[in-house]
Design a protein around this ligand. Structure first.
Ligand SMILES: Nc1ncnc2c1ncn2[C@@H]1O[C@H](COP(=O)(O)OP(=O)(O)OP(=O)(O)O)[C@@H](O)[C@H]1O
Length: 327
């Protein structure tokens, strides 16, 4: 649905060149929620703005719903953009217009007749749970409600793709949760493909099917969230489950065990201790709810060196657990 190939964007600022997006490839499948996670300055906003050509890349290709956006003429690009909605951290509402007026605005720009507009606005406000606030002005509603207006406005052109630029960064945790739940609901009900950028792991945990980690303009890791969490060496897993440092003791082996789904419900530590008649020392761990499922990681110390532990590790792996010997 969204394909980004060899994308590059360099800003030139007072003689200085800043490579904001550096040779990025990314594929977002139809109907998924895809998150780009990274710190401030990583290049996330620039990347997102290249997807609807608010920012023109220096090189590369952006294909949305089969259309090569950089090859489109002015009118074609305007039409293609109507099929790509966008929401922003600071909502970007018109303060002089009511909630309904804000949602009607893109419909006016598209030339939708007045009678049809009213009906569509009502439908959109209903979709985001704001039917009762049509006549309010932005100053009279909460941040979460403002973002709901932003979402309704972004969906006016019946887009298949929604771009989200840190949509929950200005909201408190509870409101963030309700906006993320709304986005997930719209993604499922409308088959909407969502590409979002965020610096919050919470957003990835709650709604992303896939994620890419961005640093210094580059993607360092990308894939389905569940796969990355159990992939050996994954940066996402390391960030989500920070484990305490350990000083390896001679004659013991430290192992990180990642568990998810069914394997999260089994008492594998006590089973291992019983099966092999050993003491297992738990050094640290964390369990998180990711995409509605329990995922966790535990750092344990087993007696003996690598050879003595080979059968024990095989026993853990046979239960579907991901096992890595800590360096
Ligand atoms: N218009 C611009 N002119 C010059 N440099 C820019 C411009 N916009 C962004 N940059 C630079 O490009 C790099 C990437 O910025 P970008 O805003 O895309 O990152 P980000 O990950 O979205 O960070 P943030 O969350 O802080 O916005 C940064 O070094 C930034 O200073």
């Amino acid at each position: 649905m969204i394909q980004i190939e060899k994308l590059r964007k360099v800003y030139r600022d007072r003689g200085r060149a800043v490579t904001a997006v550096d040779d990025v490839d990314l594929t977002v499948a139809d109907g998924e929620v895809f998150g780009v996670l990274g710190r401030s300055g990583a290049g996330k906003s620039t990347l997102l703005r290249c997807v609807n050509l608010l920012e023109r890349p220096d090189s590369g290709r952006v294909t949305v719903a089969g259309q090569d956006l950089l090859a489109l003429s002015g009118g074609e690009l305007r039409r293609a953009r109507q099929r790509i909605g966008m929401i922003h951290q600071h909502f970007g509402l018109l303060s002089s217009r009511t909630v309904a007026g804000n949602v009607a605005f893109p419909l006016e720009v598209m030339g939708v007749p007045r009678a049809e507009r009213g009906e569509r606005v009502a439908e959109l406000l209903d979709l985001v749970g704001l039917a009762d606030h049509a006549g309010a002005h932005p100053a009279q509603i909460s941040g979460g409600q403002k973002q709901r207006v932003g979402i309704a406005r972004a969906l006016a052109g019946r887009p298949k793709v929604l771009l989200s630029d840190e949509a929950t960064s200005a909201l408190d945790p509870e409101t963030t949760a309700s906006i993320l739940a709304l986005l997930r609901d719209l993604n499922r009900r409308l088959g909407l493909t969502v590409l979002l950028i965020t610096h919050e792991m919470e957003v990835v945990k709650r709604i992303c099917d896939s994620v890419a980690i961005m640093r210094d303009g580059r993607i360092t890791e990308a894939g389905p969230v569940r796969d990355l969490l159990t992939a050996p060496g994954s940066e996402l897993a390391r960030d989500l489950f920070p484990l305490p440092a350990h000083a390896p003791r001679p004659g013991s082996t430290v192992v990180d065990v990642t568990f998810e789904g069914d394997s999260a419900d089994r008492p594998f530590v006590s089973a291992l201790a019983r099966e092999f008649g050993i003491d297992v020392n738990i050094l640290g761990g964390a369990v998180e709810e990711v995409g509605g499922a329990r995922v966790g990681r535990l750092r344990v110390e087993l007696p003996g060196g690598p050879e003595e532990n080979a059968a024990r590790l095989a026993h853990l792996r046979a239960q579907g657990l991901t096992v890595e010997v800590a360096p």
